[in-house]
Design a protein around this ligand. Structure first.
Ligand code: DAH
Length: 336
C-alpha cells in the first residue's frame, strides 16, 4: 500500500490540466467519491494495526497534496479568465475575439467616405491651437463671445493657446499650406468646449468639416453636396432644409435640417413635432477669411460646412445620452 501511495503522490505532483474540463477530470480521478484516494481509504481497514499510524499519515499527505494541486490549477484558470494553465505554444490561436468599432468612428468613417467619393481629401490639424487659427483668421471679432473663458479652454500661462473649439481651424491651416486653389478637404477631429457634462453636452466631442475653394464655386454647389450627403448618410428619402444663420467665417451662412429620420417628417417628440432636426452649419467662405489665409478673394470663392459627429450618431443609432460615447462601457460598445 505504501508504494501505491507514493506512486499516486508522484502522479498528483506532476499533474497538469490544459482546460477547466481537464481539471475537473483530474479532480474526479483523485478526489472524487469513486476516486483513487477514496479507494485507498477503503483499503485502510485492512492495514495491520501497527502500521495504521504511518500509513494514515501518508494517506492524509496524499489527500492534501491532491487538494492543493487542484486548487493551484483552478487559480490559474481563474487568473487568466479560463485560458491555458501553462503557456502552450501548440494551441490553436482561434477563435480570436474581435472587438467592434466605436460608433463615433463608424460615423466618422462613413462621412469621410461620402466626401472622398466627391473628391475631398482628408486634412488634419492640431487639437492644441493658437488664437489665430481658431478665431482671428476665421473673422471672429476680438470681443466675440466664443472667445469667452466660459466657452473656450485657454492655457493659463499662454492666453494665445487654446484647445480648439471647432475643426474650422483646419480650414485655415489648409489654406495657408496651399494658397493655390482648388482646395477640397474634409477635416475630422476632436474639439473641446468648457461645458458642464450632461446627457446633451460634453467638454469634448467630434466634428467633421468640409471646405471647397475654387473659381466660381456657388451656393448651388453647396446645396447639391449637402443634399447628397444627407441622402447617403440617412437614406435616399431624406429631405433637407436650409435656414439663414450667422457664423463669422461664412457669408451668407445657413443651418441645415434634415427631415426627422425617426418619424419620417410627420412629427415626434424627437424632432419636437416639427418634422425637422438640425445637423450642421454651412455657408460661403467669407472673403475676409480667404484674404487672411493668403487666397485672393477676388479670384476665388468657396463653401464650408461643419457638423458634430455625436449629433449624427445620435440620429443614426438613436443614442440619447452623449456620455455613453466616452464611458467605454463594453456592453454599449458591443452593440455596434
Ligand atoms: N464651426 C461651427 C461650429 O463649431 C460649425 C460650422 C458652421 C462650420 C458653418 C463651418 C461652417 O465650416 O461653414 O459650430
Amino acid at each position: 500500500m505504501t508504494t501505491k501511495i507514493e506512486q499516486l503522490l508522484q502522479e498528483v505532483k506532476a499533474a497538469t490540466a490544459a482546460s477547466a474540463d481537464e481539471l475537473e477530470a483530474l479532480r474526479i480521478k483523485y478526489l472524487g467519491k469513486k476516486g483513487a484516494i477514496n479507494a485507498l481509504m477503503a483499503d485502510f481497514r485492512n492495514v495491520a494495526d501497527d502500521r495504521k499510524k504511518e500509513i494514515g499519515r501518508k494517506l492524509n499527505e496524499l489527500k492534501d497534496a491532491a487538494q492543493e494541486k487542484i486548487n493551484a490549477l483552478k487559480e490559474r484558470f481563474e487568473d487568466n479568465g479560463g485560458g491555458a494553465a501553462e503557456l502552450d505554444l501548440t494551441r490553436s490561436a482561434y477563435p480570436v475575439k474581435l472587438g467592434t468599432r466605436h460608433p463615433i468612428t463608424l460615423v466618422r468613417n462613413e462621412a469621410i467616405d461620402i466626401f472622398s467619393r466627391l473628391g475631398f481629401n482628408i486634412a488634419e490639424g492640431p487639437e492644441i491651437e493658437d488664437d489665430w487659427h481658431v478665431f482671428s483668421a476665421l473673422n471672429f471679432a476680438q470681443d466675440h463671445p466664443a472667445r469667452d473663458m466660459q466657452d473656450t479652454f485657454f492655457i493659463e500661462a499662454h492666453p494665445d493657446i487654446v484647445l480648439r473649439t471647432h475643426t474650422s481651424s483646419v480650414q485655415v491651416r489648409a489654406m495657408e499650406a496651399s494658397p493655390q486653389p482648388p482646395i477640397r478637404i474634409v477635416c475630422p477631429g476632436r474639439v473641446y468646449r468648457n461645458e458642464a457634462i450632461s446627457y446633451r453636452a460634453h467638454a469634448f466631442f467630434h466634428q467633421i468639416e468640409a471646405l471647397y475653394i475654387d473659381r466660381n464655386v456657388s451656393f448651388a454647389d453647396l446645396k447639391q453636396v449637402l443634399l447628397l450627403f444627407a441622402k447617403e448618410m440617412f437614406g435616399s428619402s431624406t429631405q433637407i432644409r436650409l435656414r439663414p444663420s450667422y457664423f463669422p467665417f461664412t457669408e451668407p451662412s445657413a443651418e441645415m435640417d434634415i427631415s426627422c429620420n425617426i418619424c419620417g417628417g410627420k412629427g415626434c417628440p424627437f424632432c419636437k413635432h416639427t418634422g425637422w432636426v438640425e445637423i450642421l452649419g454651412c455657408g460661403m467662405v467669407d472673403p475676409n477669411v480667404l484674404d487672411a489665409s493668403g487666397i485672393d478673394s477676388r479670384a476665388y470663392t468657396g463653401y464650408a460646412l461643419g457638423m458634430g459627429i455625436e449629433r449624427i450618431t445620435n440620429l443614426k443609432y438613436r443614442v440619447s445620452d452623449l456620455r455613453l460615447f466616452s464611458e467605454n462601457d463594453v456592453r454599449f460598445l458591443k452593440e455596434f
